[in-house]
Write a protein of this length. Sequence first.
Length: 317
Amino acid sequence: MLTKRLSLDGTQLKLLALLFMLIDHIHYFFEFTGKVPGVFFVIGRLSAYLFLFCMVEGFSHTRSRIKYFLRVYMMAVGMGIIYHLMSYHGLLLRRDGFYPINGILLNLVILCIIWQGIDWVKEGQTAKGIIAVFLPFWYGCIAEMLISINSLHHFFVLANHSFLPNWGTLADGGLPYIVVGIVLYIFKDNRKSQCIAYIIASLSMQVLFRGWLWSTNDPAFTWSKLVTDLNYCQWLSVFTVVFFFLYNGKKGRGCKQLFYWFYPIHVYVLYFFPAFAIHCIHNSPKSSCYLLQSQYTEVIEKIKATNKIQNRYTAIS
């Protein structure tokens, strides 16, 4: 009776994922104010992998995988081009130099190809399936070699950020997200096995793999910070498994367009609103300014300090 009362369908899981994502991004974009509590970051750890779980279910049961892939791909390319303009060309940046690194859709483009390859292998189309599974990884290796050629450098930088996503250069998600996505798909037909495999894969990638990367690339990192510093607590995403258990296998009804458009729209609304506010504060006359210049400077310094921390743990994938 208790299990039945607490069960959630696909639509309800997606709405929860959107809520957790919004909470996470409020923390991401407004942490510099010092007014957003750390619990927002903790809750936000539940969003990415719950969203990934919903994508596994959606890709498995969609009527047209081609249309499904193209929807994800087009949005990923659009957001990727904007990211490229910001990170590579310095356009549309906030006054403090901050820009969003929200590129999780590029991971999903890669995963859709791998997922299809896994199904081809299961159907007996072994050669075709193996090519699809390993193609994104082969491309990543080839792109890293070609990007060093001056005449091809800008093309492959743009390609990696948008229409040919490279798993090795993803600033958001990256290898841990892709590995967990593969594990969730392989075990999708057995919920208990899927949850156990998720816990093992998630902790392995978020603790051991990320910990190893941080220990070799981040002088400020110590293993104790995995439990004492929120900036390194990506492993909290393991608790998403609770919602996997609550899923009742039903699709749910409504909100289809919301799930596709909410992610890009809310990212840029949250980004450009504070950017516009800071611009107004900086350019408004003293008589009408709500913040003294000293207060403005303090806010900018907080943003810059926050950016340094974010770059330390989000750019290492």
